[in-house]
Design a protein around this ligand. Structure first.
Ligand code: KG4
Ligand code: ZN
Length: 365
């Protein structure tokens, strides 16, 4: 039987400082021995977005504490580990640098191998950590900062088959909440309002559904929402709770329909390649949305595909996914040296055209 690998993972690419320990023996389910996530929401709350300098400083102050906590929770010492994996991009460069320097320090001091990980690969490989999903599969990464379809064929083999050309859906949910005076993060509050509303009262557009392919656009939806809200205000002098619920329901129904139809198309592309057992996996905060999740499950079932949605704490930013991606790269022979660099941009699919627009949280995915 093969020797199990135990990796420390370090994540600091946006506003979560995270460290985790993952153990895996080939042929067995992976075990998350510890996963510490120290969020920075309160530090940035007054600024309406993540402030890169504040984030980088907080990472530098907290990374070693998170690593110590993760090791203590796993009841392990550095000498018990087989390697250190760290997010080396894409992300806010000061934060990524903090993590890379921390990992290099640990690797240099302990003699452990160092493996740099692409943050997006961490998300994209999570269904293998949680469910042992076999390659290839289709991944929909849908968060506050990112929205893309990836065909995942191996730990380093990703094809981007479409995505948002402007805002990510989570960003659209957050802006909708802001326009309607609902609390942030907008996703859960808009979802709760929408559950009481009538999705047919306001006719919101279904952007880019009339165009072939798997690309999407969500920025027009918030403009449509703003117009609809202003029309109600002009007519009645304000909006009632019922108006607000109907606006949320209409907006959410549009997002659900666009995501479902584009996922259907992306799944068809993937199924043509893997007709025996196609699979759809989702990650990112927006995957927490009940109606979106239900629609994606339906699409997968109609296509005869499996459906994997990791638990939310592993769908959002964490270091267990980085430790796992490090184990996968390490098994493939990857090792990084002290020249590992921190990269603000690092597309997973080097052949796909560059994306337009970023996202409210910079490079967070
Ligand atoms: O993956 P995540 O934690 O971090 C980012 O990459 O941003 O995703 C956060 C995003 C936020 O925009 C939030 O509003 C959205 O995910 N979100 C949701 C729901 N829960 C979180 N969007 C729709 N419905 C939800 N229930
Ligand atoms: Zn992320």
């Amino acid at each position: 039987m093969s020797h199990p690998l135990i990796f420390l993972g370090i994540e600091s690419s946006c506003d979560d400082t995270a460290a985790a320990v993952v153990r895996h023996r080939e042929g067995e389910p992976a075990e998350i021995l510890a996963s510490v996530v120290d969020g920075q929401t309160a530090l940035h709350a007054a600024f309406g977005g993540v402030v890169p300098e504040i984030a980088a400083r907080a990472h530098a102050e907290r990374l070693d504490l998170c690593v110590e906590r993760a090791l203590a929770e796993a009841r392990l010492q550095l000498s018990d580990l087989d390697g250190v994996a760290v997010t080396a991009g894409p992300g806010l460069i000061g934060g990524v640098l903090s993590g890379v320097m921390c990992a290099k320090g640990i690797a240099a001091g302990s003699g452990l191998p160092l493996v740099g990980v692409n943050h997006l690969a961490g998300h994209a490989l999570t269904p293998r950590l949680t469910d042992g999903l076999a390659f290839p599969y289709l991944m929909l990464l849908v968060s506050g900062g990112h929205c893309q379809f990836l065909i995942v064929r191996g730990p380093e083999d990703f094809s981007r088959v479409g995505g948002s050309i402007d805002d990510a859906p989570g960003e659209a949910f957050d802006k909708t909440a802001k326009l309607l005076g609902l609390p942030q993060p907008g996703g859960p509050s808009v979802e709760a309002e929408a559950a009481r509303g009538d999705p047919r009262r306001f006719a919101f557009p279904r952007p880019m559904l009339d165009r072939p392919g798997c690309d999407m656009s969500f920025s027009g939806l918030k403009t449509a929402l703003l117009r609809a809200r202003d029309a109600v205000v002009a007519e009645k002098g304000g909006i009632t709770r019922e108006d607000r619920a109907d606006l949320c329901a209409g907006f959410q129904a549009a997002v659900v329909e666009v995501l479902a139809e584009k996922t259907r198309r992306a799944l068809a592309l993937h199924a043509a390649e893997a007709p025996d057992r196609p699979a759809l996996a989702v990650a990112g905060g927006v995957a927490a949305n009940g109606p979106i999740r239900a629609a994606l499950m339906r699409v997968a079932a109609q296509a005869g595909a499996g459906f994997v949605a990791p638990p939310l704490r592993l769908c959002t930013d964490n270091a267990a996914m980085i430790a796992w991606a490090g184990i996968e790269r390490f098994r493939g022979g990857a090792r990084d040296g002290m020249d590992l660099s921190a990269r603000p941009r690092w597309p997973l699919d080097r052949t796909a055209p560059a994306l337009i627009g970023s996202g409210k949280k910079g490079a967070k995915a």
